[in-house]
Design a protein. Sequence first.
Length: 436
Amino acid sequence: MDTFVSLCKRRGFVFQSSEIYGGLGGFWDYGPLGVELKNNIKRSWWRAMVQERDDVVGIETSIIMNPRVWEASGHVQTFTDPMVDCKQCKHRFRTHDLKPNEKDELRCPDCGGELTDSRMFNLMFKTFVGPVADEASVAYLRPETAQGMFVNFENVLTTMRRKLPFGIAQIGRSFRNEITPGNFIFRDLEFEQMEMEFFVMPGADEEWHDRWIESRVGWWTDTLGVRKENLQVREHAKEELSHYSKRTVDIEYDFPFAGFAEIEGIANRTDFDLKQHEEHAGRTLRYFDEASGQQIIPYVIEPAMGVDRCFLTVLIDGYAEEEVRGEKRTLLRLKPELAPIKAAVLPLSRNEQLVPPARRVSDLLRPHFMTQYDDAQSIGRRYRRQDEIGTPYCVTIDFDTLEDEAVTIRERDEMTQARVPIANLVDALREKLGCW
Ligand code: ATP
């Protein structure tokens, strides 16, 4: 894990937030390659959830909402974690994370010290809207994006003339004042979520829930290329269910630091949220069902995942070390559509005859793909650098290029090479990359 975290920093994927001041626990910055990977993940999700479906639309809602939203949703009362402090070393823990010892007595896992009684701690960040910081101006940074969809149910239903079943999707930042952030970007205080609320007729909810579970697992394996053997689907036990849920299933990944842990939750939220907002806002949030002539409150199936945890998953799953001709090679086997750089342009050397055609090839590719031009150090070293950041193809310009107007495309995983005329290069790469 340490090697992996240092690769993420060294190659510009993830930096500690405000690092020059010593950082801030649970907050991270994404570097030049990290932001590309993150955008590609978001694009892939949006494509699967919105663009390729005719029953889901997108939305973007504000992070700070009327605080009554969080009273209605139950977050003010119940979005809490029990926590304890160690009286000796002062470390703080989520009670859920502690395991009783043989005497069934909870002790500090770090120093064995005595723990305080468990206290409930609300995970929502509070702030104030306006110049006066008093109770009346309290507002919250949203802990999930979902409520933005529920409070806009009627707006979307009427403006988009939707019929059930239909969904509303959103990608956006969420904030949780987690007691124990950690495991790199696995548990953050500020993170991005991709959530979709799928509204269905009551009674059709269980079947839609199963369909969404299957579809979401397929996205992780087929679209993102995460290995099936590292994933599992876990059913929540009754006592584990959130206050709004009838059934929840987690997709879990086998992380090297934690074992199987949640990367996406797929919940049947029933009609809980719409009912609560009807009551608290005093507005009718119903759907007119022509078949029965009745106004009904739809049920909701919600696939919810975090971008940052997905980022960590695809990097860990794609990370590999191999031996090639007696030398170690580190590579990221990322699907081409996720790779931050699609093609690297590499002149064989800095020879003055090779630079102009190499620059020309780079200019040719740049409008079509994210590219990187690199002429520093030996060609072997440069291939290794690209392997390490997951670049699927390297385009090499050599002395033959001066004669035949062709270049070599070198592939990351098998390291195979093929000669392609410059005139066909864009099409050839597009076909190989197979992405949009
Ligand atoms: P956990 O049990 O790990 O705290 P959760 O059950 O509270 O997660 P959900 O409320 O279901 O999480 O949120 C949906 C998704 O959002 C999770 O699957 C995860 O990918 C992401 N997520 C939740 N909390 C965090 C966090 N603190 N940092 C990063 N991602 C998060």
